[in-house]
Design a protein around this ligand. Structure first.
Ligand code: FAD
Length: 555
């Protein structure tokens, strides 16, 4: 090839930086929610996550999609999914950082049973958020493994055997007997063809098959239409018994070492989330053990769903942060019309608007994680109940819009898959997922309405918001109106509107306590007082753009 031109005015990819050390909003959220937290480990993780090596693993794990091998060459079923070695490298890093279970393995079990009362969930939440910036899809099994403990503890015998392997830091991908493994992962199976949100429609049948050291044993026959990370060692699944829908522990390998009758029919061909395998499965009299009470399967498995909803909010916050970092990195190197893009007034408005959204998402997600650290405290238990649907609904809902705008900051390069900044396309494809799975937007809004039917949740919310009383007139007005609005709710159709406004009020109150005034004021003026347009980049002209952008810079 003859060289026809020099490549100039293109940005250098964002690589070789510490994702934690450069994330001022996250550090502020940690100082506020866990002041005594030693962040050394997060700094180490942040450096690894920003390295060229790990970026390469993230790219390879996404470009070499998982492959299903249903049978071996002799016709025997093996129901195995094969992953690229980079997938395993990412899983090893995530498990080594304790993102799949360490909060449940408290070093101080007397003072902090199950990590509660410590900062373990906040620390793990920060790590999860940072990891999402590198690669979100492998975090599906990591998140489900983290989430399973509260539900699985209802079967003490099972938890005694599996707990230590769920909470350790080693990743062991082999499909073999749990006893022979140093670490295990778990998934969940609720969704069937005829209904996902409404799991009461589940048709999978469970028939009693005796009992043993793990309690009541059943045989499961039926299917799951979405069954992510099928190479997990075990799953919590829902199936119908004579008492109604019940929760079961379903291992891939049975205690005698044989494969359980879980047939992986095919892998889903998904928009994004490509490094993770999501499958369709059938159960052919598969062995399973009851977890919790028969007939109480939905509340039982929702203990798991609550934790994964936290991770949806954390994950989207991490994706927002990475998309913003890429936008800032590019616009601070690329010039157009005689100036760096980041110096163009309209681009500054877009970047500042994104920065505010990203910081608000981070503040709310980490605040929610704090509630899980202190669930023995009545106020915090109520905040966990309220903020879970709020954060999952609002942050995830904002994700796709955010990613589109951040992508546009990179111009045409943002839309192109290859190269260092092809990360942006990955983020864009991933964003809708956190909003859909683990309870889609409407389901979260309806869950909030249910939470408000308890008499004590409104008072708990008002207490949370009182910490910012007098800080901004629009926030005061919104807060003052909420009790009447909640009491006067005419029906479900107002659910999203309420979820949005509660989310904005809580985010504003948090920013008042954790962010500089420029961020807090711009958030309230735009999102609450309504001095804003219908898209990003419409902040009022008197916004202090400079400190907002400087705070968000990833370098
Ligand atoms: C990549 C991927 C991986 C997944 N992995 C798993 C997994 O591992 N395990 C698992 O169990 N599931 C998994 N799911 C399934 C996921 O949780 C469901 O798709 C989701 O819960 C929605 O259920 P559904 O698809 O049946 O849609 P539906 O329940 O039919 O919902 C469709 C729409 O209707 C809305 N809706 C439902 N009820 C109401 C109502 N009462 N009022 C107003 N609106 C309503 C919903 O908000 C949604 O927008 C996965 C999904 C995806 C995309």
């Amino acid at each position: 090839m003859v060289s026809t031109h020099d490549v100039i005015n293109q940005s250098v990819p964002l690589v070789g930086y510490n994702l934690f050390e450069t994330n001022r909003p996250l550090q502020a959220a940690l100082r506020f929610n866990a002041p005594a937290l030693d962040t050394t480990a997060l700094g180490t993780l942040g450096a690894a996550l920003g390295s060229a090596d790990m970026q390469t693993h993230a790219r390879l794990a996404n470009t070499h999609a998982p492959e299903l091998h249903s049978h071996d060459r002799f016709g025997r079923r093996i129901d195995t999914v094969e992953f690229h070695p980079s997938y395993h490298a990412l899983m090893t890093l995530a498990a080594g950082a304790g993102l799949h279970g360490t909060p449940w393995a408290s070093p101080d079990p007397d003072r902090h049973p199950n990590g509660e009362g410590s900062s373990a969930h906040v620390e793990r939440a920060a790590g999860f958020m940072l990891f999402t910036e590198l690669e979100p899809s492998i975090l599906c099994p990591i998140s489900m493994t983290y989430a399973v403990t509260p539900a699985l503890r209802s079967n003490a015998a099972l938890y005694a055997d599996w707990g230590p392997r769920l909470t350790g830091r080693s990743y062991d991908p082999a499909l073999r007997l749990w006893k022979e493994k140093t670490g295990v992962t778990m998934g969940m199976g609720m969704t069937e063809k005829q209904g996902g949100s409404d799991v009461r429609a589940n048709t999978t049948q469970a028939v009693r098959d005796g009992s043993d050291g793990w309690g009541e044993r059943y045989r499961l026959t039926g299917h799951k239409w979405f069954f992510s990370a099928p190479m997990c060692d075990a799953f919590l699944v829902l199936a119908q018994t004579s008492h109604g829908l019940s929760c079961f522990f379903l291992p891939r390998v049975l205690p005698d070492g044989s494969l359980n009758a879980i047939r992986i029919q095919r892998l889903k061909d998904k928009l994004g989330n490509r490094a993770n395998a999501s499958s369709e499965v059938e159960f052919d009299e598969a062995h399973a053990w009851l977890v919790g009470e028969a007939g109480r399967g939905v509340p039982q498995i929702l203990e798991m769903g609550t934790m994964t909803r936290l991770d949806c909010a954390l994950g989207t916050s991490g994706l927002m942060r990475q998309a913003l970092s890429l936008a800032l990195n590019h616009t601070s190197q690329r010039s157009a019309f005689g100036k760096l893009l980041i110096e163009q007034p309209l681009m500054r408005n877009v970047l500042a608007d994104l920065a505010i959204e990203s910081e608000a998402a981070c503040a709310l997600s980490i605040r929610l994680a704090r509630a899980f650290d202190h669930k023995n405290d009545a106020q915090e238990a109520l905040m966990a109940r309220l903020l879970t649907p709020i954060a999952k609904f609002w942050i995830c809902k904002r994700g796709s819009h955010f990613a589109q705008e951040a992508m546009e900051c990179l111009g045409g390069n943002g839309y192109v898959e290859e190269g260092g900044e092809g990360v942006m396309t990955r983020i864009y494809r991933e964003m809708p997922l956190n909003s859909i799975w683990e309870g889609a937007g409407n389901i979260m809004a309806l869950d909030l309405l249910r939470a408000f039917r308890r008499g004590d949740t409104v008072a708990a919310l008002l207490h949370e918001l009182s910490l910012a009383r007098g800080a901004h007139p629009a926030l005061d007005a919104l807060t003052a109106a909420l009790p009447t609005r909640i009491e006067a709710l005419a029906g479900e159709s107002e659910g999203r509107r309420l979820a949005q406004d509660v989310a904005l009020a809580v985010q504003a109150a948090l920013l008042y306590q954790t962010a500089p005034d420029a961020v807090f004021s711009a958030f309230c003026d735009s999102r609450i007082a309504g001095n804003w347009g219908h898209t990003f980049g419409t902040l009022p002209a008197n916004t202090h753009f400079e400190p907002i952008i400087a705070r968000a810079m990833p370098q």
